[in-house]
Design a protein around this ligand. Structure first.
Ligand code: SF4
Length: 268
């Protein structure tokens, strides 16, 4: 029987020992992840979430974090982007890079404008799926997920869950980092077990009584390579190659550590 609360606390303890900012500042930077709720955001803020999840998809998070202010300054306002001419689009692409992702954002701005024209607001659009809370019925969230994937470019199976999570829905984005950590812990059967990762994310959420996005960001920062200016972490710990198990307080619960790392260390 997994003690999810205890296990999660081990990850929190370890990540807090690996900061280049104070614990207090780290908690402050995590605060938005405890309060995500699209109903409290403007439609422009919601479009901005569609933009940034697109950029994070498939690219190292630290690379996007460094460009986030620039991306926001150019691609935040869907009304403005919908009307750009080709020269303006090329100017933006030359500043930001990632031409394919910028191209998705230009097209998505038009689709977002159409959505707002039709429903009046993003909140009304969500309500049209009979969704009235952040913990919707499975069929309704599935219908919303599919509609979002059809409406907007760049929303694959993982990225659409990133979007739903950052809108505040009780859905975990099972990205590769989380799947790797859950697999190493022995909580899921394979690194591709996305449904298992979603189930385990919910188990953590229930146990700690904090939103799933908080659970998500702790694990993501735990396993992502590189220093994060945004969160103040020096580097990930449970890295894909050479995980830093000596820094990890969750060792005693980790199948990978017990089966692969510990036996090798005992040979010396
Ligand atoms: S592999 Fe190492 S770093 Fe990753 S969870 Fe297990 S003990 Fe922690």
């Amino acid at each position: 029987m997994v003690d999810y609360k205890l296990l999660f606390s081990k990850f929190e303890e370890s990540i807090k020992k690996n900061l280049f900012i104070s614990e207090e500042e780290f908690s402050k930077r995590l605060q938005p992840f405890l309060e995500m709720d699209f109903r409290k955001k403007s439609d422009k803020d919601i479009f901005w979430i569609i933009v940034y999840v697109n950029f994070y998809s498939g690219i190292r998070a630290v690379t996007i974090e460094r460009k986030l202010d620039l991306i926001k300054s150019e691609l935040y306002d869907y009304q403005k982007i919908s009307d750009l001419d080709e020269d303006e689009k090329l100017r933006i692409i030359s500043k930001i890079g990632f031409p394919k992702k910028c191209g998705y954002c230009f097209k998505n701005a038009k689709s977002f404008q159409e959505l707002i024209d039709k429903y009046g607001s993003f909140e009304n659009y969500v309500k049209s799926f009979n969704i009235n809370s952040l913990t919707p019925n499975t069929d309704n969230i599935e219908r919303l997920r599919n509609d979002l994937k059809n409406r907007f470019y760049g929303l694959g199976p993982r990225t659409v869950n990133h979007l739903l999570t950052d809108l505040g829905f009780n859905v975990l984005k099972p990205d590769r980092v989380i799947c790797r950590i859950f697999f190493r812990l022995g909580l899921i059967d394979s690194i591709d077990d996305l449904n298992g990762a979603i189930r385990e994310g919910k188990n953590f959420e229930k146990a700690i009584g904090k939103p799933i996005r908080y659970v998500d960001i702790i694990f993501v920062k735990y396993g992502q390579m590189g220093k994060s200016e945004q969160f103040g972490t020096k580097d990930g710990i449970c890295l894909e190659n050479n995980p830093k198990c000596q820094m990890c307080n969750a060792k005693e619960f980790c199948k990978y550590y017990k089966e692969k790392i510990q036996p090798a260390s005992l040979q010396f």
